[in-house]
Design a binder for this molecule. Structure first.
Ligand SMILES: [Zn+2]
Ligand SMILES: [Zn+2]
Ligand SMILES: [Zn+2]
Length: 299
């Protein structure tokens, strides 16, 4: 049947993969009927159902956008790897109760398992509370394999740059907040577009922060000599969307200032045809350049 599908739809992606964690044959049917297992499974799926992206905003329809495909693949791979460990830990187990305990132990490891069972299960891993906790943790582990985690990282990266502006007044704080919001909104689509693009943006955020801190400590020479930067000067030094995406060098006057990454970037950018650098098909620096830049990072 064609049409939109959701990651948690019955007999589709996640429910299908989760079933692979359960035993074969009659033990599977027995386990599937147990209330603790149903609670656990429901808690895993709820993490995705309650997520504003996977739960409501995106229904999975064919053809899948590449980043959705990549994330589904990552989740599936993770569950298949877990399945190997569960299989090893439950070898020959025919009791559904024992299988479930061993499965949780294999999924979470002894320390987390004990912690959950002690806290929620009154030493029974099959209690409703423990099953809910196990399910929620596992669901969040899987969710962390998606772009979701990257949005948290991006917010944190932008915050680290804002934090350089210690002592900003209310108006300045608003300006910084708007910068962070606008930047987040513009870069978000790139973050979700794939792992390589994501890593590139985060590497550029790190490098921008590095120079921003330098600049704030007035180690970076300015046009009129060394002095403590004003808010305006420091704000002008904040990376913009176009620089974080690599359309322009991160630091405008950053050539020959002692940073090999920036020197490389400026040299490459100067040598690049402008139209090529700004081609809609390739908003990013070419891969070879990225690798060189990464190797040459000096902090
Ligand atoms: Zn640099
Ligand atoms: Zn530069
Ligand atoms: Zn350019």
């Amino acid at each position: 049947m064609a049409g939109p599908r959701r990651i948690t739809d019955k007999n589709e992606f996640l429910p299908d993969w989760l079933r692979d964690l359960t035993p074969n044959g009659s033990t599977r049917r027995s386990l599937a009927g147990k209330p603790y297992y149903r609670t656990w499974r429901k808690a895993v799926l709820s993490v995705f159902d309650n997520d504003e992206y996977w739960g409501t905003r995106v229904e999975i329809s064919l053809p899948l956008p590449p980043h959705v495909n990549a994330e589904l693949h990552a989740i599936c791979e993770r569950i298949m790897a877990d399945k190997e460990r569960v299989c090893g830990a439950t070898d020959g187990e025919t009791s559904a109760d024992s299988y479930y305990s061993k499965m949780m132990m294999a999924l979470f490891g002894r320390a987390v398992y004990d912690q959950i069972v002690d806290k929620w299960g009154s030493s029974d891993p099959k209690s409703v509370k423990a099953a809910e906790a196990f399910g929620e943790i596992y669901g969040n582990k899987l969710l962390a394999l998606t772009w979701k985690a990257s949005t948290v990282d991006l917010t944190a990266a932008l915050k680290r740059m804002r934090d350089v502006f210690a002592g900003a007044d209310a108006d300045q704080a608003r300006l910084l907040e708007k910068w962070a919001e606008d930047t987040f909104r513009a870069i978000f689509s790139v973050i979700v577009s794939g792992t390589a693009a994501r890593q590139e943006v985060f590497a550029r955020c790190d490098h921008a922060l590095h120079h921003l801190v330098e600049f704030e400590k007035h180690e970076w020479p300015m046009a009129d000599g060394l002095h403590r930067p004003t808010f305006k000067e420091l704000f002008a030094f904040l990376p913009r969307v176009s620089t974080l995406l690599g359309h322009y060098p991160l630091v405008k006057d950053g050539a020959n200032q002692g940073c090999s990454t920036c020197n490389e970037e400026h040299a490459r950018h100067a040598g690049q045809q402008h139209s090529l650098a700004h081609s809609p098909h390739s908003p990013f620096v070419p891969q070879a350049r990225t690798n060189t830049a990464r190797q040459m990072r000096w902090f």
